[in-house]
Each structure stands twice: as structure tokens, then as C-alpha cells.
Design a binder for this molecule. Structure first.
Ligand SMILES: Nc1ncnc2c1ncn2[C@@H]1O[C@H](COP(=O)(O)OP(=O)(O)OP(=O)(O)O)[C@@H](O)[C@H]1O
Length: 758
């Protein structure tokens, strides 16, 4: 025993010396990055262009500095030894010593791979894998796995310690935010993380199998491996709701990656905030792929031909364009196959010319020249029938057309036939007009579900419709580009001014205001205005280099159309669990979702081990799953133990005491109260719930999706089962959120699927 302890102390000592040296190198690298940043700011003067270049360079340096700051916690977490005595340390980033030798390997580098994939049966040439546990900069523990005892010396054997790093990580109390798992990535997850970025990778797995965490590490891996392309094009992560994005928001920054755009389907249309919710029935119709045809049909109705001739009254003249001409112009404008607002330019030009000709004809008719001659033979001689129209040349017509465009009557008439439209107007008017819906909806589509008041707030289901409309309408981006240019110029002016102020007041030189640190901080927070991520997030038409969709089973067919527009290269990671689909508009099979876009260029990786929920709770979840999908098996829990799950019959008034009890039982950690939609408000009023960081959170199942808590109290299970056609899936999600304790609180009868708890 004494021998083992001595061995451990010795090993800790060796590792501490090494880790301290690595931290020293990190400090040094950081100082160099800071100096480089100061140097960029030290350059003064120059043109506006030079100023912008300087800022871009500084932004680069600041990003590097932010990355170096982000890896402070747990800089080095592993070591592998091979049979020939080779030893490699694995960490959050790669570091080199003064001789430029690699002394810490980035966890994403190929050389780090054996650390994650070596097993007793396939040790990949390793004799030992060691996990290092750090608190601040101190090594406080080590865990060893030995693959070849024969290959180790007696001295080395004495240093073995056994606690599995993974189980230690899983036992930790939850903080309300997902953390990274670089130190304990499992082999099946490693396969997902390092898979090729071409085509689509579907990561299918039951609750708690680490799909989300693996997908986020994959984003970091891809950025590391394809940095050039992905920093230019950006990476987008689409999550189910804002709470979920906050929950996972720290994972990538903790891996030193701050340049990933995170969003929800409801936020994917710049300028629109989806604040309302659709009924399940409306969500199904809105998400139906046939809605693309409905939107297109609604737009076609806006490209009109008047019933008879087009007649515009102008200064007592009647300008008349024959019906057939109007029809021809409309068809010609459609035939160019440009988006509506762009084709409108052509249509307007043509119809104005027709109106100019019509004006000339009207003028002719109004000038009764033979009457003017008043019997004078000489005048009668002159008054040959006028043919003003024939005399007009192109320039005359264009001038006349321009003049007519200034006339409100003309503009009104043209707008009535081919209006300039915004997506908001087209979709808003479509969803509030029974007549339009009726005339454009295909048979069998329950369009009545869509009807809503004209001023109703937007829902997440509306956003893909708006995106569809924007695609058909086209954006006249000349004004957007001009605005961007102006904004760029303004920003450059401001930077120039700020620079001058800093210099003239001597602040920069005195070092009172350390621009380098401020910039690095801004980077860690939300990035700079000049980054790819900022530009991408603000641009609906941005083409990302890679897109990760989490809880992907929730997306409707229309939402997929929108997502696919953002990734023309079709490089995707699709993460989800078909057994957890809560939206009635969501996916039933991955083939149904992906084949229309990828024609077989996608593959599935299955994750089968549940890292979140102990076996005792998963038995309850398995009953629920079998009840609505007898063919499916839940994932296997990596651990058992903890308290037995229970059901408590009680009125809502008893909840505060129950939650107190749970808080006391878990000590450090968090309680999630997951309710049916029906009782959510009432329960939220009873309990001191807060946001993710609070000890207690009160959430609907939809909000709790993807999250986890040390203890979960599921309230009103019967209500959850009954609240939508996907009630079984919802209850499955609710009972699989716990890492340690599960309590079901109910009134009346306990649903049969939970009878194990009775
Ligand atoms: N390799 C690992 N090491 C340590 N913890 C892990 C590992 N893999 C997963 N976990 C933990 O297991 C929990 C579940 O992971 P995650 O949320 O990614 O699962 P999921 O498959 O997305 O679940 P759900 O489908 O329920 O949303 C998290 O706390 C995560 O940190």
C-alpha cells in the first residue's frame, strides 16, 4: 500500500513538473501574441485602407490571443506511452518549445488519435494511456490504463492508479452549462468527430449518448483540420431553441473556437424574430414540403394581367394597353426566370413603353386636326392623318416612359400588376387570406390550419416560408452592398478617429488602456464586427462551409429546404434521435429528409452508450419508448447506481417541498422541473425557478430538449402524453434528462407506461 502511494506521489511530482513547464510555455506564447498585437497597433498613420488592414490583422492576432486564453483550464489532460519508450502529451492546443519541438499535441492532431481509440484488444502500439486531472495549474490526480503490463518496467508499474477518468467526469455535479469532454472522448465518439467533412454525416443515438457534445467537438476538429476554408466560409450550428444554445454555448469557446455561428430555425431570417408558437396541426401544414408550391403559387397570383385592357387616366387622357399586350409582357417577364423583384425591372420598363405609346395614341385621338383646319383648304392640305406613334423613336419612348413613372396613377397601376414585394408582405398576406390559400393549396393540404390575422406575430414555422419567399422574390442587393460599403467606410472613419484620440491623449503609449487585452476579450465574448461569423450571421444568402444541425429530428421539410440553402457544398453533420421527435412536422426517417438533397451521399454513425442517465432510470425510459415504438431499444447506460426513480401522487401545492427535498439530496447540482405545456405556467409560479444557472429550472418538454439536470421532477405525465400526437416521445425526452435522480409527480392516475414506478 505504502509502495503504491509513494509511486503515486512520484508520478504526480513528475507530471506536475512537466505541466508547470507547459504552462510556462503557454505564458510565453501568450506574451508573444500580445506583443504582436501591440506592434500592429503601434503602427500609426497611413490611409484609410491601411487602417482597415491594420484592424483586420489585429483582429487575427486578437483571435489567437483569445484562443490562448481559452485553453488555460485543463491545458494538458493526457499522455500516451508507446512500447519504444516514446511519450506524447495531449492538450487543448499544440505547443512547441524553444527548439521548435512539439511538446504538447493538440487533441485534434492525428498524433493524438491513439489516446482516444486505443483499447485493450487494439492498443494501437500504446502501453499506457494516462489521464491527468488538473485544478488550476496543479496536477491533483492521474488515472492510468495499461495495455501491456509486460512492456512496462517495475518502476512504472508502481505508479499505476486505477480510477476511470470517464466515470469521474460523469459523476461530477452539473453546472447548468455543457462542458467540453476533450479528456474523455470515447472511441465511438472519436469516429464521429474525425469523420470526413464531405457529404452528410448523420449521428443517430438515444438520449445522453453524447451526440451534441460529439458534434461540437467535431466542429472544433473540422476548424482545426480545414482552417483556411472554414474560417473563410464559417461553420453554422442550428439548435432547437435559445435556451439550448445558451446551454451548449461555452463548449466551443472552451476549445478555443469563437468563430462558429449558433442559431435556431426561428432566427434564421435576418430581421425577423419568431416569438409565437404554432399549434401542432398548423406546424404540420407549414412544414409540409408542398408549402414551397403554395408560396410559389401565391407569388404567381401577384404577377397579374388585368381582366380587360389596362386603362390609366392621366390629365384627361385615357392610356389604354390591350389585354393581350399585358398578358404578353407578363409572360415575357416570367420567361426570363429571374426572381420576382428583379424581373419586375424588366416588366416595368416594357409596360411603361407600352403606356408611352398608348399616351401618344391618346394624344392623337384628342387632336382633331381636321377640325382645327376649320375649312381652310391650305390647313386641310397640311392636316394629313397624324401618325405620331410611328414618328416616335426609342429615345422619345424612353423619355416618355421615365416621365410616366413619375406619375402616381401610372405607378399605382403598374404596382397592381407586378408589385415590388418583401417576403414579410407576401407571406403575411398569404397566411391571412382564405381566398389565396384556397386557390393555391394543392388538394389534400389542410390549408385552413394556416389562417391567422394579418398582424399576427411570426412563428418559427413561418421562417422557412419567409426564406422560401425571399428566394423567389430575390433581393436587389445593390442597395445592401452600397449600405455595406457605406458602413465599412464609416467604420474605418471611426477607427481612424479612435486611433487618433488614443494617440493624442497618450493613452496607447502609457499602456493605461491595453488595446490588446480589450480586443482579446471582445473576441472571447462575441467576436469582432469584422469576422466571418458576424458577416455570415447577418446575411441570409451566406454559404457556410459546414453546417451542424442538432436535434435534427425536429426540423420540418420546409426547414430543411432553408438549411440546405445555407450549405450549397452539402457538408453537414446531422445530429438527432428519431425516437425523440417532438414536432409533428419532424422527421420519421433520415432518408426521407436527406435523399432529396444528397442522393445517397450521406451515412449514419450510431452512438449506443448513454453517458447521462443511470441504468435504473433508463429502465423507466425503456418502458415509455416501447409503448410508442416497440421496435426500438434505448441506449445502454454506462453506469448504474444512485437512488431509485419514484412516482409521487400529490397536488401541485406539494411541489415546493418536493423540490427542496431534491435540492438537499443532490447537494451541489441542479434540479430540472419538466412539465406538460398545460401546467407549466402554474408550476413556474409555485417554484423559485430561474435560468440555466439557477439551482432550479422550470421548463416545458420542448424547452428541456437536449438539456440535463442532476435531479429531474416530471410534473403531469398524463398531460405530457396527451398534449400532442408525439406525447409518447415527449415523455421519453422528459424522463431521460436526469443524471442522478428522477421523480414523477402526478395527480389522479399514474399513466400505465410508468407503472414500474407505482
Ligand atoms: N466522452 C464523454 N466524456 C464525458 N462526458 C460525456 C462524454 N460523452 C457524453 N458525455 C456527457 O453525457 C451527457 C450527454 O451528452 P449529450 O447532451 O451530448 O447527449 P445527447 O446524445 O445529445 O443527448 P440528447 O439526445 O438527450 O440531447 C453530457 O453531460 C455530456 O457531457
Amino acid at each position: 500500500m505504502a509502495n503504491r502511494q509513494d509511486g503515486l506521489a512520484e508520478a504526480l511530482d513528475i507530471e506536475q513538473r512537466h505541466v508547470s513547464w507547459l504552462y510556462g510555455l503557454l505564458d510565453h506564447t501568450r506574451e508573444r501574441a500580445q506583443a504582436a498585437l501591440r506592434e500592429v497597433y503601434g503602427r500609426s498613420g497611413g490611409t484609410r485602407q491601411a487602417m482597415v488592414e491594420r484592424e483586420t490583422l489585429a483582429s487575427e492576432q486578437a483571435r489567437r490571443l483569445a484562443q490562448l486564453n481559452a485553453v488555460e483550464r485543463g491545458l494538458c489532460f493526457g499522455r500516451v506511452d508507446d512500447a519504444s519508450g516514446g511519450r506524447v502529451y495531449i492538450g487543448r492546443i499544440g505547443l512547441r518549445d524553444e527548439r521548435h519541438e512539439s511538446v504538447l499535441i493538440d487533441w485534434r492532431a492525428p498524433a493524438a488519435r491513439p489516446f482516444y481509440v486505443a483499447t485493450a484488444t487494439d492498443p494501437r502500439g500504446l502501453v499506457r494511456r494516462r489521464h491527468l486531472h488538473l485544478k488550476d495549474r496543479a496536477v491533483i490526480g492521474i488515472d492510468d490504463e495499461v495495455f501491456d503490463l509486460e512492456g512496462m518496467s517495475e518502476g512504472e508499474r508502481r505508479t499505476l492508479v486505477g480510477e476511470a477518468a470517464l466515470l469521474a467526469a460523469l459523476r461530477r455535479g452539473r453546472t447548468g452549462r455543457m462542458g467540453d469532454v476533450v479528456a474523455t472522448i470515447q472511441t465511438e465518439q472519436d469516429r464521429v468527430i474525425r469523420a470526413s467533412w464531405q457529404g452528410a454525416l448523420v449521428v443517430q443515438g438515444g438520449p445522453g449518448t453524447g451526440k451534441t457534445v460529439a458534434a461540437l467537438h467535431r466542429a472544433a476538429f473540422l476548424l482545426y483540420t480545414h482552417r483556411d476554408t472554414l474560417e473563410r466560409r464559417g461553420v453554422l450550428v442550428v439548435g432547437p431553441n435559445a435556451m439550448f444554445l445558451r446551454y451548449i454555448g461555452q463548449v466551443l469557446p472552451s476549445l478555443g473556437e469563437t468563430q462558429v455561428v449558433m442559431t435556431t430555425v426561428g432566427e434564421m431570417f435576418p430581421g425577423v424574430r419568431a416569438v409565437a408558437a404554432d399549434s401542432p396541426a398548423a406546424a404540420v401544414v407549414k412544414g409540409d414540403a408542398r408549402m414551397a408550391g403554395v408560396v410559389a403559387g401565391a407569388l404567381e397570383l401577384r404577377q397579374r394581367v388585368p381582366e380587360g385592357d389596362l386603362v390609366v387616366e392621366l390629365d384627361g387622357l385615357e392610356l389604354r394597353v390591350p389585354h393581350a399586350v399585358c398578358a404578353r409582357l407578363r409572360d415575357r417577364a416570367r420567361a426570363v426566370r429571374l426572381p420576382h423583384n428583379m424581373a419586375r425591372k424588366l416588366y416595368v420598363t416594357e409596360i411603361l413603353k407600352e403606356l408611352a405609346r398608348a399616351e401618344t395614341r391618346a394624344l392623337e385621338e384628342s387632336l382633331h386636326i381636321d377640325e382645327l383646319a376649320n375649312g381652310d383648304p391650305e390647313m386641310e392640305e397640311l392636316a394629313q392623318p397624324l401618325d405620331l406613334e410611328a414618328d416616335l423613336d426609342e429615345v422619345d419612348i424612353e423619355l416618355a416612359a421615365q416621365r410616366l413613372w413619375g406619375e402616381p396613377e401610372v405607378r399605382r397601376a403598374v404596382d397592381g400588376l407586378w408589385p415590388e414585394l418583401t417576403p414579410q408582405r407576401l407571406i403575411g398576406e398569404l397566411l391571412s387570406s382564405a381566398e389565396t390559400l384556397w386557390s393555391v393549396a394543392p388538394p389534400g393540404l389542410d390549408w385552413q390550419q394556416l389562417l391567422r390575422p394579418a398582424d399576427a406575430p411570426w412563428t418559427a414555422g413561418d421562417v422557412p416560408l419567409l426564406d422560401e419567399a425571399a428566394e423567389l422574390l430575390g433581393e436587389d442587393d445593390s442597395s445592401r452592398r452600397a449600405a455595406a460599403r457605406r458602413a465599412g467606410e464609416e467604420q474605418a472613419e471611426q477607427l481612424l478617429y479612435a486611433d487618433e484620440v488614443l494617440r493624442s491623449t497618450g493613452v496607447l503609449e502609457e499602456g493605461i488602456f491595453d488595446r490588446a487585452d480589450v480586443l482579446a476579450e471582445r473576441h472571447a465574448d462575441d467576436g469582432m464586427e469584422l469576422t466571418t461569423a458576424d458577416r455570415a450571421a447577418a446575411d441570409r444568402t451566406w454559404a457556410y462551409g459546414h453546417v451542424i444541425v442538432d436535434e435534427a429530428q425536429e426540423l420540418s421539410a420546409m426547414a430543411w429546404r432553408m438549411v440546405m440553402r445555407r450549405v450549397p457544398a452539402r457538408s453537414l453533420t446531422v445530429v438527432g434521435d428519431l425516437a425523440q421527435t417532438g414536432s409533428a412536422a419532424g422527421a420519421r426517417s433520415w432518408a426521407e429528409v436527406l435523399d432529396p438533397y444528397l442522393e445517397g451521399r450521406w451515412r449514419v454513425e450510431h452512438l449506443k452508450v448513454n453517458y447521462r442517465t443511470p441504468a435504473e432510470i433508463m429502465e423507466v425510459a425503456a418502458d415509455v419508448l416501447r409503448a410508442f415504438d416497440p421496435g426500438q431499444e434505448p441506449p445502454e447506460s454506462v453506469r448504474s447506481g444512485g437512488s431509485r426513480p419514484r412516482a409521487v401522487r400529490m397536488p401541485p401545492a406539494g411541489l415546493p417541498a418536493l423540490v427542496e427535498e431534491e435540492l438537499a439530496a443532490i447537494g451541489e447540482g441542479r434540479v430540472g422541473v419538466v412539465t406538460s405545456d398545460a401546467v407549466h405556467e402554474a408550476v413556474a409560479r409555485l417554484l423559485p425557478g430561474g435560468d440555466l444557472d439557477a439551482p432550479v429550472a422550470v421548463l416545458t418538454v420542448g424547452q428541456a430538449k437536449g438539456l440535463e439536470f442532476d435531479a429531474v421532477v416530471v410534473v403531469d405525465p398524463a398531460g405530457i402524453l396527451a398534449q400532442s400526437p408525439m406525447g409518447g416521445q415527449d415523455l421519453y425526452v422528459a424522463v431521460t434528462r436526469a443524471t442522478r435522480r428522477l421523480t414523477v409527480a402526478y395527480e389522479g392516475e399514474l399513466p400505465d407506461v410508468l407503472s414500474r414506478l407505482a
